[in-house]
Ligand binder design. Structure first.
Ligand code: CUA
Length: 358
């Protein structure tokens, strides 16, 4: 072979190895700078289930990274060897007997197959053990929360054997730190998927079929969750938060949520309540303690206590609330809430009332 052709082979091999190593370095950089540190990351576990899932993930990552580097090393060695052999061929014929080379190749291939089977078996056992560990938190005495996924928000119902102690809220789940809660998951339209990466794995919400998920937080904090199954136009805006707080704080929150809405404290709020009860709002929402008792949209009894509106999409501020009431279709096209055209004074009164629903 001529010299230019030989140098072409070598440059190609070098480029291949260089690109592969660069891709590997980029992947490692992305992992260490983004995924591991985010607030919505399985690699930043705040509970036992997420811890088990992340351990499985790291096992797979390290093994696959080692396999990748080995393959690249073998590829580089093979390319270098081919080049040496090609050089040699120009001077003298290959002296290695075909039978010996055949035996060696067979040994290498058999070894690679055995190692691959062992790795896959280790993954199988690790995955099985992780799946079992996710069910270990099941206990009939757990606090029970029913979550109903709807396009595109989450209805959250705290269950209790005493009917008067149950209550509903939306898009924000409070749990006590150190205690396991049992989530009963359903959907009333299409399939959604409940996922709080910092606390555990995903579980689908299936219409007409109940699924169960157990969550436990070891650390207090606010953990963002997200629908993880494509469910229509606003799938990306179907988020929620899980607030894990110390038991006393959680109990106080639950007590407050059980209470009906506070009555209007002034004339402005009084007018706002009248606007609410006379407008289409009352057709879909509940405000406990008033005549509004519909349940096709989020329960607003303690709306002002929540951090966000529109399923985690917007901070719960007066401005955002005003924009949402006036024309939510501009903010989240396709959602079920129609525009509510109100006179400016009526809108301000309504907002004052809604802001009083702590
Ligand atoms: Cu609900 Cu995606």
């Amino acid at each position: 072979m001529s010299a230019p052709a030989r140098s072409g082979m070598s440059a190609h091999a070098r480029r291949l190895v260089r690109d592969a190593l660069r891709a590997c370095a980029l992947a490692c950089y992305a992992l260490t700078t983004a995924a591991c540190t985010g607030s919505q990351s399985i690699l930043n576990p705040a509970g036992p289930n997420a811890g088990n899932v992340s351990r499985l993930w790291w096992l797979m990552f390290y093994v696959c990274a080692a396999v990748f580097l080995l393959v690249i090393a073998f590829l580089a060695a093979a390319l270098a060897r081919t080049r040496r052999r090609t050089n040699k061929l120009t001077d003298a014929p290959d002296t290695e007997p075909d039978a010996g080379r055949e035996r060696r190749m067979r040994g290498v291939v058999t070894g690679a197959v055995v190692v691959t089977v062992i790795i896959l078996f280790v993954f199988l056992v690790a995955s099985f053990t992780t799946s079992r560990s996710l069910y270990a938190l099941s206990d009939p005495n757990n606090l029970r929360i029913k979550v109903n996924g709807q396009q595109w928000w989450w209805q959250v119902e705290y269950e209790n054997d005493v009917a008067s102690q149950t209550f509903k809220t939306a898009n924000e789940i409070h749990i006590p730190v150190g205690q396991t809660v049992t989530l009963r998951l359903t959907s009333s339209d299409v399939i959604h998927s409940f996922w709080v990466p910092n606390l555990g794995g995903k579980r689908d919400l299936i219409p007409g079929h109940e699924t169960t998920l157990w969550l436990k937080a070891d650390k207090a904090g606010t953990y963002r969750g997200q629908c993880a199954e494509y469910c229509g136009l606003q799938h990306a805006h179907m988020a929620f938060v899980v607030v894990a707080e110390p038991v006393e704080q959680f109990n106080a929150w639950m007590e407050a949520q059980r209470r009906p809405a506070a009555p209007p404290a002034n004339a402005e709020q009084q007018r706002g309540q009248q606007v609410f009860l006379a407008s289409p709002c009352v057709m879909c929402h509940t405000i406990r303690g008033t005549d509004a008792g519909a349940s096709v949209a989020p329960d607003l009894t303690h709306l002002a206590s929540r951090q966000t509106i529109a399923a985690g999409m917007l901070p719960n501020t007066r401005g955002h609330l005003g924009g949402w009431v006036s024309n939510s279709q501009e903010l989240k096209p396709g959602n079920r809430m129609p525009p509510i055209p109100l006179a400016p004074e009526d809108l301000q009164a309504l907002l004052s009332y809604l802001e009083s629903l702590k």
